[in-house]
Design a protein around this ligand. Structure first.
Ligand SMILES: Nc1ncnc2c1ncn2[C@@H]1O[C@H](COP(=O)(O)OP(=O)(O)O)[C@@H](O)[C@H]1O
Ligand SMILES: O=C(O)C1=C[C@@H](OP(=O)(O)O)[C@@H](O)[C@H](O)C1
Ligand SMILES: [Mg+2]
Length: 178
């Protein structure tokens, strides 16, 4: 699965971009995959936190979701042009039409997850402000709303339910060799 096309030189294109719902494992699997391939790992959520100088929940509290999405669009554009390894996006990045357009021509893997595993994985963690209230219902709503968008941008889908991050990373590595 090659990510041909687009204006970015091959040397600065991500080998793989991971999209999917919160709890699908983009950050965890992305790190494992980068280790397997011996390439850098980048996560736009970390780039945003560095850019803003504070954690994501604080950005939501201080400046609101719209501002976070503005930072996110910029972070994704910069990472698509400057990352030569594995790139994990935040679960809501695909909401932006601009970002979906920018993903065309890249190798984009959708990590699919059903509600039961997603709920178990995000647990009651405090790092996802959108899931702070009623996590199960909110996650269901987000997943129903976004599933078509993940499908739209993906060049491959990998099921994650009931599987370990290492198994999933190995499947993606095999896909990328095709
Ligand atoms: N395949 C998996 N099986 C079990 N737990 C997982 C799996 N993938 C991720 N996790 C756990 O779920 C939580 C959320 O994973 P994370 O990688 O942050 O997801 P995302 O970046 O997609 O929101 C973490 O605690 C992580 O250890
Ligand atoms: O689903 C979302 O809108 C969000 C998902 C988070 O990333 P993960 O999908 O890595 O949890 C993070 O970008 C932010 O809290 C918003
Ligand atoms: Mg993540």
């Amino acid at each position: 699965m090659s990510g041909a096309g687009g204006a970015t030189p091959e040397s600065t294109r991500p080998v793989c971009v991971l999209v999917g719902a919160p709890g699908s494992g983009k950050t965890t699997v992305g790190e494992a995959l980068a280790g397997l391939l011996g390439v850098e790992f980048r996560d736009t959520d970390l780039d945003i936190e560095r850019m803003a100088g504070k954690p994501i929940p604080e950005i939501f509290i201080d400046e609101g979701e719209a501002h976070f999405r503005t930072l996110e669009r910029a972070a994704v554009a910069a990472a698509l042009a400057g990352c030569a390894g594995v790139l994990a996006l935040g679960g809501g990045a695909v909401l932006a039409e601009e970002t979906r357009a920018a993903l065309v021509g890249h190798a984009v893997v959708h990590l699919s997850v059903e509600l039961p595993d997603a709920v178990k994985r995000v647990g009651l963690g405090a790092g996802r402000p959108l899931l702070a209230l009623n996590p199960r219902a909110t996650l269901k709503h987000l997943m129903d709303q976004r599933r078509p968008l993940y499908t739209e941008v993906a060049t491959a889908t990998v099921v994650t339910d009931g599987r370990t991050p290492d198994e999933i990373a190995a499947e993606i590595a095999a896909l990328l060799k095709r």
